[in-house]
Design a protein around this ligand. Sequence first.
Ligand code: PLP
Length: 466
Amino acid sequence: MSRSHISSDEFRRHGYELVDWVADYMERVGSLPVQARVAPGDIRAMLPPAAPEDPEPFEALVRDLDSVVLPGITHWQSPGWFAYFPANVSAPSVLAELVAAALGAQGMLWSTSPALTEVESHVLDWLVDLLGLPERWKTAVGPGGGVIQSSASDATHLAHVVARELAKERGASSEHAVAYASSQAHSSIEKGARVAAIRHLRPIDVDENYALRPRALDEAILRDLEQGLAPAIVTSTVGTTGTCAVDPVGEVAAIAERHGLWHHVDAAYAGSAFICPELRVEQDGIARVDSFVFNAHKWMFTNFDCSVFWVADRAPLNRAMSVLPPYLRNAASESGEVIDYRDWQLPLGRRFRALKLWWVLRSYGASGIRDLIREHVRLARWLGERVDEHPSLARVAPVAFGLVCFRHVDGDDATDALAEQINRDGSVYVIPSTVDELRFIRVAVGATPTTAADVERLWSIVSRTL
Ligand code: PLP
């Protein structure tokens, strides 16, 4: 800090104060209303019209965390967070982010900071074992490998780009390339295909559990082939956003292999649960796919952004992503002995995201992560049983991983009214959703501090509202 306007001593003092603020926040987050209750423009109205010309004391910056920032924060780290999917964090992850920020290193090439690359490759190889994934996805084994992306959307976009390039190598234009995914797939598939300039996306029918129907996929591919199109990629979802449905990955793999499609798996939320062997699903099928993404930033206690993307063979990804200007040439890259992650992603620069994942895995140990995930799943199942026992409620899908989906038997309006009442309490937050025009409430159990008491509180709010 010697060239900074803040001395080392001041930095240390403010740092201690700030860590105190963060620790206090983590302690009191459960007592704050989960949802931000501000109107559009409220936060902006508290900011001065122009940037300060003169330096402000650091104390003023910290003060505004309470007065300006917190009122506009929806508390994803609240123990009463049951909305969307979790985006959970943990102490080791938060502290690792501080270190990564201070190092400020860029890991686009191995040579621009070898530790960034080697920790990332190694920790993702650990995860292959921890999640029960194929050995050849390890960079140390090959031909596959893992890389951290910002988001599952980025990984899915990349998978579509690679599939398009492979289709081109086979002589098909991107105009003819076709992407497939179930009608329940996340919107990132549509966006990824569109941004990859794949013009045709076929939403495939699902069964009564909202899982892709393989026969419908096969028929769609055959129809497209008859039309002279070029089926390029299919995405299977393990844990759909709506109801956490699991596509039959093995059956989709057989179809993808028969027709030569790239097969991508989106396990953005549910992938973390694979750390518990009893929660692994479709493992044999997953061993046959071309790429797989899961978000450690959803349910593995690692701050956003940390989306882990594996490819079964890294060569097509590297071919699609590699552009080598003279200023990036270096002896280590040319030796062929190192990984340069710039060839595994769209941006050139990349920060040290692996540090937080490494710290989370070491600080909790795999057993600590398993315990937390198992507890979340146990609590979701408990809530599912309460729902099943109540005459005014009906589950709309099996309880899957940490997700419970239910509706009011009196219909959509009653379901919306119930969600509104639940959220009005302020100590918990759920969101209603719609699948096949069926309105229901999603409860995703998975925030780091959520315990049995929080799920019981949610249930008592639900049951006294009914
Ligand atoms: N895929 C699924 C199944 C999801 O549920 C989500 C987000 O909830 C995503 C992809 C998108 O994740 P990200 O925000 O990392 O792009």
